[in-house]
Design a protein around this ligand. Structure first.
Ligand SMILES: *Cc1c(COP(=O)(O)O)cnc(C)c1O
Length: 426
């Protein structure tokens, strides 16, 4: 590959925030650090995280149970520290967001409230390339209501010969099948193809048909700008270990639109953290849920896991999502241009939409048979061995590359293209 000098010059002019992160070493070879493209799977560790974690640990050591009120960041209202920064990140009012649990658990808690099949309105609409956890979750929800998941769950497929869904086809489905649809639950950004769906248009169409519309934002949060409140989304959930860099299995997030907060008829699974804090310790037998997303909390939060989320959200506040998105479009556009130089002569191709408005940072490559590199997993192993490029393979034939605007560089993109050019033969 030519162009290495150009990549280095672009980095000098537009350095990002790499120095705020620990970058794993490349094992051997020409480069000291990995070119890390797997932030869509597990984000890298911010340097600030360790000290934050140790402070919470020290408080526990020093205070024992008194830390609930006396810790530097008191544990009882700790989750409230995450509310406002999370709300800024997803375009919500503070009362609409809460940091809690893990993603799939949050989807279940929210579907308990918002998937209410009745009469002929039973369909739960997802996409055919939904993340498996989401597929299993919605099928089990259908079963919970005594329904046959094979008929209750509707999986939307791209057109024959196409890799991604068209918004117009989703809208057309909702116009045709809307009266039979109880809930639409789609991924904002698809984990496999990197496609960003038109969240406001699909939300409006689903609701116009009388359905509830929720979003799985695992691959969207921290990746693309979101305006959940203004878009009128009923609910959403996300994890914090991908683009939010809050560590493996990090505490997740949830959004419930404020128009649902006062609805006393919504069924909900509750525990002592679902009741208002002012009377929580009266230990009453009946809960009094606050008019906020906090009402969907169940248990007291894992304090030692909350600090990394706070650190991460502070970083997003500091950098700002619109600056990050602008850099993201430059980085991903650059990677795309480099891949366009090598793909015409090789059996690989980008399946992610070409329009930057229809994707986040990730580009997914389909590896054709006869690529000379074996399976997607073998190719990913080779990229790592020869160039220290950490990419991610999804069997049978997809390799995902996510240049993350916080810490990836133009030179990382050059390395990935150079590695692919050498690994995949014409
Ligand atoms: C990463 C991801 C998950 C993971 O679920 P957990 O509950 O965090 O284990 C679920 N759904 C989607 C769409 C994802 O991308």
């Amino acid at each position: 590959m030519t162009g290495e000098e150009e990549a280095l010059a672009l980095d000098a002019a537009d350095p990002g925030h790499r120095d705020l992160f620990h970058i794993p070493p490349a094992d051997g070879g020409r480069y000291a650090q990995a070119a890390y493209f797997a932030g869509n799977s597990l984000g890298l560790q911010p340097k600030a995280t360790r000290a934050e974690l140790l402070e919470d640990l020290d408080d526990w050591q020093r205070l024992g149970v008194e830390g609930h009120l006396e810790a530097g960041r008191p544990w009882l209202p700790y989750h409230e520290l995450l509310t406002e920064p999370a709300a800024r990140l997803v375009g919500a009012r503070p009362a609409e967001t809460v940091a809690m649990n893990s993603l799939t658990v949050n989807l279940h808690l929210l579907m308990t409230s918002f998937y209410r099949p009745h009469g002929e309105r039973v369909h739960l609409v997802i996409e055919d390339s939904a993340f498996p956890s989401d597929s299993y979750a919605v099928r089990s929800q259908a079963r919970l209501h005594g329904l046959d998941p094979d008929t209750a769950v509707v999986r939307l497929r791209p057109r024959a010969g196409e890799a991604v869904l068209r918004t117009e086809d989703v809208l057309e489905h909702l116009a045709r099948e809307g009266q039979r649809t109880a809930l639409v639950l789609l991924a904002g950004v698809n984990y496999l193809t990197g496609e960003l769906l038109d969240i406001p248009a699909i939300t409006a169409a689903g609701q116009a048909a009388g359905a509830r519309v929720g979003w799985d934002l695992a691959h969207a949060v921290g990746n693309v700008p979101l305006q959940l409140h203004d878009w009128g989304v009923d609910f959403a959930a996300w994890c914090s270990y991908k683009y939010l860099n809050a560590g493996p299995g990090a505490v997740a997030g949830a959004f419930v639109h404020e128009r649902h907060h006062a609805d006393r008829d919504l069924p909900r699974l509750e525990g002592w953290w679902s009741t208002e804090p002012a009377t929580r310790f009266r230990m009453d037998p009946v809960s009094r849920p606050p008019a906020s997303a906090d009402a969907w909390q169940v248990s007291n939060p894992p304090i030692l896991a909350m600090g990394p989320v706070r650190t991460s959200l502070e970083l997003f506040d500091k950098v700002g999502m619109s600056a990050l998105r602008a850099r993201s479009e430059r980085l991903t556009g650059y990677l795309e241009a480099l891949l366009d130089e090598i793909t015409p002569s090789r059996p690989i191709g980008v399946v992610t939409p070409r329009d930057p408005g229809r994707r986040g940072c990730q580009l997914s490559l389909r590896i054709g048979s006869g690529s000379g590199s074996g399976s997607a997993a073998e190719l990913a192993r080779q990229l790592r061995r020869t160039h220290g490029v950490i990419a991610d393979a999804r069997e049978p034939d997809i390799v995902r590359l996510a240049p993350v605007p916080l810490y990836s560089t133009f030179h990382d993109c050059w390395r990935a293209a150079d590695a692919l050019a050498q690994a995949v033969t014409a």
